[in-house]
Structures are given as structure tokens and as C-alpha cells.
Ligand binder design. Structure first.
Ligand code: URA
Length: 407
């Protein structure tokens, strides 16, 4: 299509010269026919140019950022930010709120009482200078074209398109000023990209656009057939992340370290093995745990969730348990439904849930599949949660955590 034609339609839609109907026709055409990689890159550029583009004062290592395409029980940012900062790489991320069935990082951060996320970029840079990391709410001046187009995509059923998702995600990353990016493309029943093939295509397109724009970038394709961590819902996801920083072994830890290690390798120009070793050392030494406390305090948040007693008190308020109805193996978990039910439970006064099983877990009749905390859950909520799990007699192979890495 070329840049002038793409600019005409995107800028025209923002200024009102191009109608909703014409933009919808364009979005539908892209959904049906795709875009060449070159046009997807140009569309991304045009979207970035619709708003402000940040840049930071150069430091010893470039600013880094990560992005997840959206998963259930995914609090990796709360582990990655302090691990990367502990390795000396500045980390500044702009995050969003809950989207669909997945929780947003901003909602999680706000579980630390008093924590501010509506922070100016100048203040965020000062926090990064002092502490090494900051996670703040997305600035409204960045990529207004994405805001307008995403709203229309949502209304017209044109969200699921590789070039539209890639240009939406990457335009926000490019505008937010970092130089190093690792993208976590979720794959499976609980993700936008249900198959490894689709996930690979999206990851490759996003990495290519970032690289063509002069950035260092890589992507991991990670599993979303099961919730990533055990905690589902704001405060439970925060507790999960804090426990990982205290040394708990889990898939959340493994994925967070894989992403953090890759970020450190790209930012410092060291090998993947060296990046991974530095990330693991930052976590295992307890340095990253202290760093998260510093980051939370610098953003005005209370530190009670780091106190074991406070966490034990939250976990003492059991609100219900969903149990396995037979012996067997977990064959499938409906993560989309589980995510929506967790949001409903939180909205009705619950703190969140713990889901101790994954696809492939062996269970005995009566074992807990979900533990709920906070306000007592209603019977129909427990029933709906139970329906999210399918249990079969024959052994089920667990899914890999990372299907592949794209560089
Ligand atoms: N997340 C985004 O930011 N944009 C999309 O199009 C899909 C997911």
C-alpha cells in the first residue's frame, strides 16, 4: 500500500476526514487479506507518528521493556523488572489494566496500598535513575491512533489479525522509548494465538518490525493452555511473584528468568548463557526481592505484602474450594473462562484464587483444583469454576513452558 496511503487513512480517521465506515472497510480488508511485512512496518510507523515519542537520557546500558500478549496468572513483570534492574539494566515499562480474561499489571501494582502508577515520564525516569526500574500507566499521549483503531476493532470484530495486533503492540513499544524488548507471545487455549504456528508468525512479525526500527528484540512463545502461576486475580498474583522472588520454584519463576536473562543478554551484549546466569544470580541472592521493595516504595506503595504475616492473614480467609470429582489427569483447563470467573469473583469482593494444577497434573478425587479467598463464593460460581477443568483417566503429557525463542 505504501506509507502515504496508510498515513492518509490513519491520520484521516483521527482527524475525522476518514469515516468510521471507511476505516472499518480497511480493517476488514486487512483481517481478510493480511498486509505485507513491509506495509505492517509502515502501518506501525504511521501509528507511532500519530502521537508523542519518548526518549531517555542515555545510560551505561539501554533502557529495556517487555510485553506479554496476555495470559492468566501472569505476574512475570513483577519478577522481571527487579531482576533486570538488579543486573544494572534500566527497566521502564508502561502497562495497562485488565483486558478481557487477563489481569493488567497496573491492577496488580495497585494491590500495594497507596502505590501510584499515574506518574509522569520525567518522574519515572528519576525513579529508574535511583532504583533501576519503574512500571507506570500508559501515557495518553502515546499512539492515539492505536486507541481509536483498537476501539473500532473491538466494535467490528477485527481484533484478530496478525498485522493489526503486531502494529498495535509494537507501535506502543516504539513510542515508549526503550531500546531493548523481549516479547512474550502466549500460545494455547487461553491466548489470542491458539496454535504454535500462529504464535510463531506473530512473534516473527513483531520482532522484525522492532529490528527494522533499530531496536534489539526477541520473543518467547510460551504456554497458555494452563494458568502460568498459581495465583489468579490481583493480590494472589502479587503474592505469587513475591514468593518467587523469595525463592519459590515454579513455572512463573522459570518464564520470568528466561525473559529477564534474554533482556540482560541483549542489553549488555553478552551471551544468552551469561544473561541467564546474571538473572538467576540476581534472584537467588535476594537482590531482586530488595529491588522490588525499593521500586514499590519509590512509587509510594506500602510494603505489607512483603510481610509473611500479612499474606498468611489474607490466605486464612478461605472462601471456597473446587475439588476434583474423580481420580485422573487434568486434560484441559478453560483459561479464558477461568480468567473471566476470577474477575467476577474479585468484583464481588473476593481477593482471588489459587489454582494448584496444570494440564498434565495427576489428581485424586477430592483434591483442590481451585481455592478461593476473601468473600464466600456463591455455589454457582464454584460450579462454573469446576466446569473449567476436564479430568480424564489416561495420563496426559504436560505442555512445555516455552515452545520456542525467536531472535
Ligand atoms: N494487545 C494490544 O495492545 N493490541 C492488540 O491488538 C491486541 C492485544
Amino acid at each position: 500500500m505504501g506509507k502515504p496511503a496508510l498515513k492518509e487513512i490513519v491520520d484521516g480517521y483521527l482527524s475525522g476526514k476518514v469515516s468510521k465506515e471507511t476505516m472499518t472497510e480497511f480493517l476488514r480488508a486487512v483481517c481478510a487479506c493480511g498486509l505485507s511485512d513491509e506495509d505492517a512496518t509502515l502501518l506501525t510507523e504511521v501509528m507511532v507518528e500519530s502521537g508523542e515519542r519518548l526518549s531517555f537520557t542515555p545510560r551505561k546500558y539501554p533502557y529495556a521493556d517487555k510485553h506479554s500478549t496476555g495470559g492468566v496468572a501472569d505476574s512475570t513483570t513483577l519478577v522481571i523488572a527487579p531482576v533486570v534492574a538488579s543486573c544494572g539494566v534500566p527497566f521502564l515499562k508502561m502497562s495497562g489494566r485488565k483486558l478481557g480474561h487477563t489481569g493488567g499489571t497496573i491492577d496488580k501494582l495497585e494491590c500495594f496500598k497507596g502505590l501510584r502508577t499515574e506518574i509522569s515520564v520525567e518522574e519515572a525516569e528519576r525513579i529508574v535513575d535511583k532504583v533501576g526500574a519503574a512500571v507506570i500507566a500508559q501515557s495518553k499521549e502515546l499512539v492515539p491512533a492505536d486507541k481509536a483503531m483498537y476501539k473500532l476493532r473491538d466494535e467490528t470484530g477485527t481484533v484478530k489479525s496478525l498485522p493489526l495486533i503486531a502494529s498495535s503492540v509494537v507501535s506502543k513499544k516504539l513510542a515508549s522509548g526503550a531500546e531493548v524488548f523481549v516479547l512474550d507471545v502466549k500460545t494455547g487455549a487461553g491466548a489470542f494465538m491458539e496454535t504454535v504456528e500462529e504464535g510463531t508468525a506473530l512473534a516473527k512479525l513483531m520482532v522484525n518490525i522492532l529490528k527494522k526500527s533499530g531496536k534489539k528484540a526477541a520473543a518467547v512463545l510460551s504456554d497458555m493452555n494452563s494458568p502460568l502461576g498459581e495465583g489468579v486475580g490481583g493480590v494472589m498474583e502479587v503474592i505469587d511473584a513475591v514468593e518467587v522472588l523469595e525463592g519459590k520454584k515454579s513455572r512463573l519463576r522459570d518464564l520470568a528468568l528466561a525473559i529477564a536473562g534474554k533482556i540482560v543478554a541483549l542489553a549488555k551484549g553478552v551471551s544468552d548463557e551469561e544473561g541467564a546466569a546474571q538473572a538467576a544470580a540476581a534472584l537467588d541472592s535476594g537482590k531482586a526481592l530488595s529491588k522490588l521493595k525499593e521500586m514499590i516504595a519509590a512509587q509510594g506503595g506500602a510494603l505489607d505484602l512483603f510481610e509473611k504475616q500479612e499474606r498468611a492473614s489474607l490466605l486464612s480467609q478461605a472462601a471456597g474450594i473446587v475439588r476434583a470429582e474423580q481420580d485422573g489427569y487434568v486434560a484441559a483447563i478453560d483459561c479464558v473462562k477461568l480468567g473471566f470467573l476470577a474477575r467476577e469473583f474479585e468484583a464481588s469482593g473476593g481477593y482471588g484464587m489459587l489454582v494448584p494444577v496444570k494440564v498434565g497434573s495427576a489428581v485424586k478425587k477430592g483434591d483442590a483444583l481451585v481455592r478461593l479467598y476473601g468473600e464466600a463464593a456463591k455455589g454457582d460460581a464454584l460450579h462454573a469454576l469446576s466446569a473449567c477443568f476436564s479430568i480424564v483417566e489416561a495420563r496426559v503429557k504436560p505442555d512445555p513452558l516455552i515452545y520456542k525463542t525467536i531472535t
